[in-house]
Design a binder for this molecule. Structure first.
Ligand code: KMH
Ligand code: ZN
Length: 272
């Protein structure tokens, strides 16, 4: 049983004030992704920042970052269409025009900490259809049981590539499910037959839930998007210590990390 390890180096919320090792600029992100690839990550989940470090869907910045990564390693690129809470949906959805191998699809609006994450149903359906047209594999971000149901409705309307469906079970966002094993198990049990899934455990429970997900046969994500700390009170010195820790956990459970080629095959990624 292999584990697909995704690095999420940046995210939409944290700043260098929260952790000075957060990569925000294209060359910084590319260096961190390359280091993650070298310790076993097969997928890079990307958010972009402008010159002032604010979240952006700017296509030039996105293209530059993806190119810098491609110069360094063949890791699979997954662009976040979540982008940032203040970025309009029309800008977010344009990122899939770059035709990354994968992109996230957030099916529902929700509270997100003190803010709102707006994913109106008609916009989500349009983005799903466009990703389907472009051959961009969706990673479905589910923060609650109703989000899974929304994805199944999109599938039933023929708007999703369901061979196989790929889910991120997101735990620990204030506004979504709390980060505990009970919620993770509930979601895993509800997934459709044949689905591929990973856990995204935000905050303090990141380490424990990553371990539980590996034990259950799931995939995992590691990086500063999900936790800024290696352990309580100790900021992670970049993404590599978090990615290494997840890789070590997979090794301890005897679940080898999936290579890029194995991940492409597992997810039936359309070739480029
Ligand atoms: N930031 C995570 C809570 C996305 O980028 O589309 C969820 C996430 C979603 O990674
Ligand atoms: Zn993200």
């Amino acid at each position: 049983m292999t584990v697909v390890l995704t690095v999420a180096p940046t995210g939409p919320i944290a700043t260098k004030r929260d952790n000075p090792n957060l990569p925000t600029q294209p060359h910084e992100i590319a260096e961190e992704v390359h280091a993650a690839y070298q310790v076993g990550a097969a997928v890079a989940h990307l958010h972009f920042r402008d010159a002032a470090d604010a979240p952006t869907a700017n296509l030039d910045i996105a293209r530059r970052t993806v190119d810098l990564i491609a110069e360094r390693c063949p890791i699979l690129i997954q662009i976040s269409t979540g982008v940032g809470l203040s970025v309009p949906f029309e800008q977010r959805e344009a990122l899939v025009e770059l035709r990354p191998r994968m992109a996230t699809l957030n099916p529902c609006s929700m509270s997100f900490g003190a803010d709102e994450f707006r994913n109106p149903p008609t916009d989500v359906a349009r983005l799903a259809a466009r990703m389907h047209e472009l051959g961009v594999k969706p990673e479905l971000e589910i923060y609650d049981t109703g989000h899974l149901d929304a994805c199944l409705r999109l599938r039933d309307k023929g708007l999703l590539d369901d061979e196989p469906m790929q889910f991120s079970i997101v735990l620990g966002v204030q506004g979504g499910m709390a980060a505990n094993a009970d919620n993770l198990l509930t979601m895993v049990r509800r997934l459709p037959e044949g689905a591929v899934w990973q856990v995204i455990a935000v905050g303090r429970a990141n380490h424990e839930l990553t371990g539980i997900a590996i034990a259950l046969g799931g995939n995992v994500r590691a990086g500063l998007e999900d936790t800024l700390y290696l352990r309580k009170g100790e900021l992670s010195k970049g993404n590599t210590p978090l990615v290494e820790r997840a890789a070590q956990m997979a090794a301890a459970y005897n679940h080898p990390l999936a290579s890029v080629a194995e991940t492409e095959a597992l997810l039936h990624l359309p070739s480029r």
